[in-house]
Design a protein around this ligand. Structure first.
Ligand SMILES: NC(=O)C1=CN([C@@H]2O[C@H](COP(=O)(O)OP(=O)(O)OC[C@H]3O[C@@H](n4cnc5c(N)ncnc54)[C@H](OP(=O)(O)O)[C@@H]3O)[C@@H](O)[C@H]2O)C=CC1
Ligand SMILES: CC(C)(CO)C(=O)C(=O)O
Length: 294
């Protein structure tokens, strides 16, 4: 299948590399320099067995592939939506953390839309190098029930390190991942620790639990044990990863805190739920973003 991956960050590089084992990939980058390095040297994937994937790459907007995978941050989506609205109907998969993008999907009604949830850990080491720091799955569901399961299954390569799983209903999958990101990302970014510390450091684990209970109240979670097990499993599988939020803070980039804790705090206020820990962390991350910019 011809697939365009938009965004040459950690996740875009990882998805492009693994899917190139079976599909014809074009990675759309923001700069021509990055496109040249990917085209000429390939994408280096580091992990236990380093390997190189060869894909097409370009920095101009063509987007003529059958499927587009959108791997930019939440805050880069508004400018991209203008281009996506102009395209003839195609399949589009969004893989952002958070939930802000879902509220805007109606604007792309001519397309067959899918919501993806990435449970891998990935760190961009250079314009064409990604470190696969945690093995997970990518779960993909149709946005409005119109998508085809066969199409998602076809994406799978034979690589067990990169499984794509079809999920009928996006909502529980996205909310579980939102809860995981709400607990793991701000704490790891504040304490500058890899994900594993959420469970291995008893003091951070205490804060994680407090945050978790607030998140559960806002999301009206009944089975808290199941959700905590899920969050713990992600923290353990990606224990050596520096979360995308920590990586943003370390690289002086804007974080996705608004689309993760910002949206949850808003929901919590509407419901009259307690949001003290979430608000503390929201402001702490905003403070770090602000300090890093100066
Ligand atoms: N990293 C991880 O381990 C995980 C990340 N995710 C989620 O995946 C999404 C992507 O994350 P990640 O890869 O880490 O983010 P990055 O910031 O590393 O990558 C996004 C890339 O897209 C580029 N970009 C922005 N707009 C465009 C555009 N219009 N065309 C082409 N490129 C563009 C950005 O350039 P520039 O920086 O110059 O704007 C950047 O290089 C996020 O929503 C994140 O929450 C989910 C699970 C795990
Ligand atoms: C899966 C996890 C927690 C990996 O670090 C992630 O989603 C992120 O870093 O944003």
């Amino acid at each position: 299948m011809k697939i365009g991956v938009i965004g040459g960050g950690a996740v875009g590089l990882l998805i492009s590399a693994y899917l190139s084992r079976k599909h014809d990939i074009t990675l759309y980058t923001k700069t021509e320099e990055q496109a040249i390095s990917v085209r000429t040297e390939g994408i280096h994937v580091i992990g236990p067995n380093p390997w190189t994937a060869y894909v097409k790459s370009r920095a101009d907007v063509l987007y003529n592939e059958e499927l587009l995978i959108i791997a930019v941050k939440q805050y880069s989506l508004p400018s991209l939506f203008g281009n996506l609205k102009q395209l003839p109907p195609k399949k589009i998969v969004f893989v952002q953390n958070g939930i802000t993008h879902i509220g805007r999907m109606k604007e792309l009604a001519q397309h067959e839309l899918y919501i993806g949830v990435v449970e891998h850990g990935a760190l961009k080491k250079s314009p064409n190098t990604v470190h696969h720091t945690g093995i997970g799955k990518i779960r993909i569901s149709p946005y409005d029930g119109g998508g085809a399961r066969e199409f998602i299954d076809q994406l799978n390569t034979s690589d067990p390190l990169f499984l794509i799983q079809y999920e009928e209903d996006w909502e529980p999958v996205v909310l579980k991942k939102l809860a995981a990101n709400a607990v793991i990302n701000p704490l790891t970014a504040l304490f500058r620790m890899p994900n594993g510390h959420i469970v291995s450091n008893p003091y951070v684990a205490k804060l994680a639990k407090k945050l978790f209970h607030e998140v559960c109240d806002v999301l009206e979670i009944n089975d808290k044990d199941d959700l905590w097990e899920y969050i713990e499993s992600i923290a353990i599988k990606t224990k050596n990863n520096r979360s995308s939020m920590l990586s943003d803070i370390e690289h002086h980039k804007k974080t996705e805190i608004d689309s993760i804790l910002g949206d949850l705090i808003q929901k919590g206020k509407e419901k009259g739920a307690h949001t003290c820990t979430m608000e503390f962390l929201y402001n702490a991350i905003k403070g770090l973003e602000n300090r890093e910019e100066r």
